[in-house]
Ligand binder design. Structure first.
Ligand code: GPW
Length: 799
């Protein structure tokens, strides 16, 4: 597969091209160039090398009339592109040399690139890993999303509290995208439905133009690149000339401003539903533009007969956010192509598939029928037809309906319109079958399948962790990067003292680099030999950052009680953002910062316990934190985390997990072996039973002296003003919906086992080695192969 080495550019070729782009694309001579100029010149040099396989792949897919995958997602959390592209092209060594000759600092260039933060968390990052794996495997695919001008907000802390600022990545030229002015589609909203010659015709009252911006996504070894096509909103008419001529300049620009709001900003809600009209319009904007593009391409390649659509098109809906695709595809087939309803429904169902990413009721999308009818009147009619047809053909089941209590339930709509519905881990899929969609599952027992999530080892291992990647290359060869199961070969080294020593040295390099960053950024003096205990993810009660914080307080108190005890030094690191409107999550952020401020300046405990919470956790920060972690905190209430994907990244990078039997933790533990995993807490079934007991929290707190003291210290105001935390304390004592109290004792005890285990370096390193060796299953290449076989029925291209 790999192109001949002679075809790869040399370091000299690269430096010449960089200088060429600096001069001819950036218009700067080397003596005047800034880091930004150089970074763009380097990016254009790399981009040139991607364009060739990209176009070749497009031509091959078109000429061979291949079936394509279309991944529709409101989020693509890409992060930086340049470093990943260099690695996938196999040019890291040459580029290092080229940059050195030009007198440039590689890290400075790479870190000049802003993160493309077009997503909130796991769901958006999964879409980005999937795009990379689709290209690495050579599967013809498009990702469709929105080109948000402002990605996820920037987070800073003031007085320990989260403050949000707008994110601004498009304030500077974005070298990776190609604007396609010729691929523009009109997207309508509102208006009314007319009947013309017995046919329904939607007359939208408003419209905007969706303009395509394409980013190539290069796969491993540079043989294949797919397209991430992001839609930007443009006004149908630029401005109101009449108002302009009348001197009302602000009003004249209104149509433009209004249209552009559609792709202005990413909603910052993660696993909570916002229910706003603009959000519904964004969802339809993405879906309508994508479907128009898909059908245009189908017709261009296969002709007008859309009856063959399912043979050439597999559409994946990333959660319900693009679930309006069901009614929209039926609308296009009926109203624009003359199909009857039943036939249109059948074609749509053979084309569309739906991934469910959560069971949390607060995350399940539902729209009032009024709003749906107001924004998308024709779609509401079609939803009513879909619902009626489904009820009629399934014997009018009592509890199954898309329309309930004047709401459109997007989960049921997506399910009923999908050929396959998948969950994202084995446990989650079981729970999807037995809880949220139990009635629908009984009616359609073959529809739900499992596709356990995965992550790309190119970004998360080869790129993020050079010391470990080098050790792996030396120990088992380089084949693991494209075939992660080859990590199994490490098992043979797990008892080799020299290997374990090298593994520890690799981890230590990452820990030292992180310590330097924490000192420079936060003034925290970290001991690189302490346990680096990391919890990074969105802030949410179900993820239980509070449990981790209370453990820190209890440990701090215990150290104070016996300051001469033999404590294992620990650095707790937190990272993550809270949705701006999620009060409780913000209160937990405040608490962590207050606790950190108190503990970090305590001279008695300083040698043993430090807490760092760097602000603005994002993909790039994850790339620094994960490779430096010893301990991965995956401590959600069992039954609540659909899968988790950070958990997999930590495992691959040789961190041991402390975790509950939740999401993909279950499969991680199975893979690495229970003896190499720190398990604690209630199971999903036990948690559900515990929650049903009145007074469960109070009863659990009364039983755990450590927990009680931790809560007392907060209530006494030992970490900032007590009144800041009255609600949080009250909720913990009296409600505790995520069972922090019930799991505290088990968690605290398990952490002490971690302390003890860490003191036996040889044994710890052996466990770390086995975690890496057995992490091959968690490559997103494996996940994508599963979707290909079970859901999409597509094959990879052999060039
Ligand atoms: F609520 N997830 C996420 F299901 O990051 F839509 N954002 C979301 O809005 C949702 C789910 C949604 C996450 C899950 O919480 C996580 O467990 C999972 O690993 C990830 O999606 C990818 O499947």
């Amino acid at each position: 597969m790999r192109p001949e080495l002679s075809q790869l550019p040399t370091a000299q070729d690269l430096s010449e091209q960089i200088l060429h782009h600096l001069t001819h694309t950036q218009g700067r001579g080397p003596e005047f160039a800034t880091v930004f100029d150089w970074r763009l010149a380097v990016s254009y040099t790399i981009r040139d090398l991607i364009v060739t396989p990209w176009m070749a792949g497009h031509r091959a897919s078109r000429d061979r009339k291949l079936k394509r995958v279309y991944y529709l997602s409101m989020e693509f959390l890409i992060g930086r592109i340049l470093g990943d592209a260099i690695i996938n092209l196999g040019l890291d060594a040459q580029m290092d040399q080229a940059l050195a000759t030009l007198g440039l600092d590689r890290t400075e260039i790479l870190e000049d690139e802003p993160d493309a933060a077009l997503g909130n968390g796991g769901l958006g990052r999964l879409a980005a890993c999937f795009m990379e794996s689709l290209s690495s495997l050579g599967v013809p695919a498009f990702g469709y999303g929105i080109r948000y001008e402002h990605g996820l907000f920037r987070q800073r802390f003031e007085g320990g509290q989260q403050v949000e600022a707008p994110e601004d990545w498009l304030n500077q030229p974005h070298p990776w995208e190609f604007v396609r002015v010729d691929y523009s589609y009109t997207v309508g909203f509102k208006g009314h439905v007319e009947t013309v010659d017995g046919k329904s015709v939607w007359r939208p009252g408003e419209s905007v133009i969706a303009r395509a911006y394409d980013t190539p996504v290069i796969g491993w070894e540079g043989n294949w690149a797919n397209t991430l096509r992001l839609w930007g909103a443009q006004p149908t008419n630029l401005f109101d000339l009449h108002r302009f001529n009348a001197g009302d300049y602000a009003a004249a620009a209104e149509p433009e401003a209004l249209a552009r709001t559609l792709s202005r900003v990413l909603y910052p809600d993660d696993t909570t539903e916002s229910g706003k009209e603009l959000r519904l319009k964004q969802e339809y904007f993405l879906t309508s533009a994508a479907l128009q593009d898909i059908i245009r391409r189908f017709v261009a390649e296969h002709g007008e007969d859309l009856a063959h659509l399912p043979d050439k098109v597999a559409i994946q809906l990333n959660d319900t956010h693009p679930a309006i695709a069901g009614p929209e595809l039926i609308r296009i087939l009926m109203d624009e192509h003359g199909f009857g309803f039943t036939e249109a429904l059948g074609l749509a169902r053979r084309t569309l598939n739906y991934t469910n990413h959560t069971l949390l009721p607060e995350a399940l999308e539902r729209w009032s029928t009024w709003l749906m009818g107001h924004v998308l009147p024709r779609h509401l009619q079609i939803i009513e037809m879909i619902d009626a047809e489904h009820r009629a053909t399934t014997g009018r089941p009592a509890h199954v309906s898309i329309l309930q209590h004047d709401q459109v339930l997007m989960g049921e709509l997506a399910f009923i319109m999908a050929g396959k519905v998948n969950g994202v881990s084995a446990l989650h899929t079981d729970l999807v079958r037995s809880t949220v969609f139990s009635d629908l599952h009984k009616l359609h027992p073959d529809r739900i399948v499992n596709e356990t999530n995965g992550v790309t080892p190119r970004r998360w291992l080869r790129m993020a962790n050079p010391p470990l990647a080098k050790l792996l290359d030396q120990s088992i060869g380089t084949g693991w990067t494209g075939d992660l199961d080859q990590l199994k070969g490490l098992e043979a080294h797990a008892d080799d003292p020299a290997f374990l020593h090298a593994l520890r040295a690799a981890k230590r390099l990452n820990k030292v680099a992180l310590s330097n960053g924490l000192l420079a950024g936060l003034g925290i003096k970290a001991d690189p030999d302490a346990i680096f205990d990391v919890q990074v993810k969105r802030m949410h009660e179900y993820k239980r950052q509070l449990l981790n914080t209370l453990e820190a307080i209890a440990l701090w108190h215990r150290i104070h009680e016996s300051p001469n005890g033999d404590w294992t030094p620990r650095l707790k690191i937190f990272g993550g953002k809270a949705a701006p409107g999620y009060w409780m999550a913000k209160s937990i952020i405040h608490l962590i910062n207050d606790v950190a401020a108190t503990i970090n300046k305590d001279p008695v405990t300083a040698p043993y316990l430090q807490i760092a919470y760097p602000p603005n956790y994002n993909v790039s920060m994850a790339e620094h934190l994960i490779p430096a972690a010893d301990l991965s905190e995956q401590i959600s209430t069992a039954g609540k985390e659909a899968s988790g994907t950070g958990n997999m990244k930590f495992t691959m990078n040789g961190a041991l997990t402390i975790g509950t039997l939740d999401g993909a933790n279950v499969e991680i533990r199975e893979q690495v072996g229970p003896e190499n995993f720190f398990l604690f807490g209630l199971t999903a079934a036990e948690a559900a039973a515990e929650k049903a007991k009145p007074g469960h929290a109070r009863a659990a707190i009364e039983k755990s002296e450590d927990m009680k003291i931790a809560l007392q210290l907060i209530a006494e105001g030992r970490f900032g003003r007590a009144e800041h935390y009255f609600s949080l304390l009250d909720r913990t004592w009296n409600d505790d919906p995520f069972l922090v109290a019930s799991d505290f004792a088990s968690y605290f005890a398990c952490q002490r086992k971690v302390d003890a285990a860490y003191r036996d370096a040889r044994d710890w390193d052996r466990m770390a080695a086995l975690n890496i060796a057995r992490s091959g299953f968690f490559s997103s290449d494996r996940t994508i192969r599963g979707y290909m076989a079970d859901i999409w029925k597509v094959e990879a291209v052999t060039l």
